[in-house]
Design a protein around this ligand. Structure first.
Ligand SMILES: Nc1ccn([C@@H]2O[C@H](COP(=O)(O)OP(=O)(O)OP(=O)(O)O)[C@@H](O)[C@H]2O)c(=O)n1
Ligand SMILES: C[C@](O)(CO)[C@H](O)COP(=O)(O)O
Length: 226
């Protein structure tokens, strides 16, 4: 059956956030990061099948949070692994063996992908097999030993990274290596080309406490312009 999936990975430790509450559950203007992220994809399409990847130790806490926030967007739950690669693999295992269509992978801690960016990534993946959102480098880029680099040759990489189910499944059959920092690196290592799509700058990855302040500013700005 042809279906579109999104694997939302939230199986990490969030060490750089240095918070007692895992960063995916931290409230931004009252709503936990992960709920904002899942809502964004549900707003893109309520037919999208959401697969949420969470560490086993956090699943009960999350269920309680959903109850207290009356959060009722449907999803299938998978268990996180030791690296992002293994978490994605566990999410992929939830997709039926005979499934066709597309599958995106998105960081649970990126709550602000633009809906048009999500749409463009899914549309491009349907025709090219693999599409990722990127943004230009907006500052001078310096290599630590060889000096200033040509920034026009580089892009910053975001998620959702979207593929046909077949392409992503085959790529994730490879053995893990430390160079697999995102899904595009896994797919390219398997020999498939990746198409770059213009991303949106607000689509930050919440990584350190500073990013929570930026996220609040993004929400305030969005609500003042609507
Ligand atoms: N074993 C892992 C590691 C990371 N992730 C997810 O991958 C995304 C990007 O990772 P990052 O922001 O670097 O998160 P952490 O690994 O949790 O952060 P840190 O490196 O600070 O510990 C996050 O949504 C994170 O939850 C995951 O699902 N499973
Ligand atoms: C996948 C990713 O979001 C692309 O920018 C990013 O690489 C994940 O974060 P990490 O710091 O590399 O774990």
């Amino acid at each position: 059956m042809t279906r579109d999936y999104i694997i939302i990975v939230a199986g990490g430790k969030g060490l750089r956030m240095e918070s007692d509450i895992p960063k995916q559950f931290l409230p931004i203007m009252g709503t936990p990061v992960l709920m904002r992220t899942m809502k964004r994809f549900h707003d893109y399409s309520n037919k999208l099948q959401i697969i949420l990847v969470l560490p086993e130790s956090q699943q009960e806490y999350w269920t309680g949070l959903c109850k207290s926030h009356s959060f009722d967007i449907p999803y299938t739950l998978a268990t996180g692994g030791p690296t992002r690669f293994h978490s994605v693999k566990n999410g992929l295992d939830m997709i039926p063996a005979d499934a066709e269509g597309t599958v995106g992978v998105h960081d649970g801690v990126r709550p602000f992908p633009d809906i048009e960016v999500i749409r463009r990534c899914y549309d491009a993946a349907r025709t090219t097999g693999a599409a990722i959102p990127v943004t230009p480098v907006v500052e001078t880029l310096r290599h630590i030993t060889s000096g200033t680099a040509d920034r026009s040759a580089y892009r910053l990489v975001q998620t959702p990274q979207v593929f046909t189910v077949d392409v992503l499944r085959k790529a994730y059959m490879q053995e893990y290596t430390e160079t697999f920092t995102d899904d595009a690196s896994v797919v390219e290592h398997a020999g498939h080309r990746v198409t770059m799509i213009d991303g949106n700058r607000e689509n930050i990855k919440i990584t350190t406490p500073f990013d929570i302040a930026v996220a609040e500013a993004i929400i305030k700005k969005a609500s003042s312009t609507h």
